[in-house]
Design a protein around this ligand. Structure first.
Ligand SMILES: [Zn+2]
Length: 245
């Protein structure tokens, strides 16, 4: 018998309820936001530095390219996130529907399967059996979702929220190089490069802190990768600008 759609929805929502996962979930969100901002900084910095190198002083061209990169990047990030979270969600729902049916139709086999999975994780046969029996009595579907299907309750579940957050995070990051290159004081390219390096120090530092990783290597990696991007587009822009002139 196929489970009702509403049963699957309810089971899905229940599995993703924040039990003690609330902090982990918040960290996941924050990490995704920092990554999105980092993406915005690097890709728009690459574009405006490249165009500025090819067409020095052409503010209209630089602003147009920067704005186009900002908008395209934000939509592309949001769309990618929407598709990925939607697909993940559909996959999980299909797995849950199948699991609900199996738990109804062959509870003994499912119990044996669960005990087997705990044995494979290193429990003694007796303890594995006991754990399987007790977890089945408590919340059979949750136990199967975790051990058998590997569904992570900390994963975020709304494709629209995920899309919107990436859009905002990317835009915030992208505004840094976009605004810096347009400020007409000093040498805009150098101001931009300096601001981008500072931004990359910040995002590298925050993501290392969130992940509990050593700070310095994370910051250095982040700054080197972002600077390499700017250097590459700068050189390409320079070569292109000379070729065009
Ligand atoms: Zn199962």
């Amino acid at each position: 018998m196929k489970p009702e759609n509403s049963d699957v929805e309810a089971a899905y929502a229940h599995l993703h309820e924040p039990h003690n996962a609330a902090i982990g979930q918040r960290l996941n969100w924050l990490r995704a936001g920092v990554l999105g901002a980092n993406d915005g900084i690097v890709s728009v910095a690459g574009v405006v530095v490249g165009v500025a190198a090819a067409a020095p002083g052409n503010v209209a061209a630089i602003a147009t390219a920067g704005l186009a990169a900002l908008v395209a990047g934000a939509f592309s990030m949001a769309g990618g996130e929407y598709v990925s979270v939607s697909t993940q969600r559909d996959t999980e729902k299909a797995l849950i529907a199948k699991e609900i049916r199996e738990l109804e139709e062959m509870p003994e086999e499912e119990l044996a399967e669960l005990a087997d999975l705990y044995r494979q994780r290193g429990l003694s046969p007796e303890l594995a059996q006991q754990v399987a029996v007790e977890l089945t009595a408590h919340d059979a579907l949750a136990a199967h979702a975790e051990v058998e299907l590997g569904i992570d309750p900390e994963e975020y579940t709304s494709p629209w929220v995920a899309a919107f957050s990436s859009f905002v995070a990317f835009t915030i990051g992208a505004l840094l190089p976009f605004l810096m290159i347009l400020i007409p004081s000093g040498i805009p390219m150098l101001n931009t490069a300096a601001a981008v390096v500072l931004g990359l120090v910040l995002t590298g530092w925050i993501s290392a802190r969130l992940g509990g990783a050593p700070i310095l290597p994370a910051v250095v990696r982040n700054v080197v990768m972002g600077s390499a991007t700017m250097a590459a587009t700068y050189l390409i822009g320079l070569a292109f600008g000379v070729a065009m002139a």
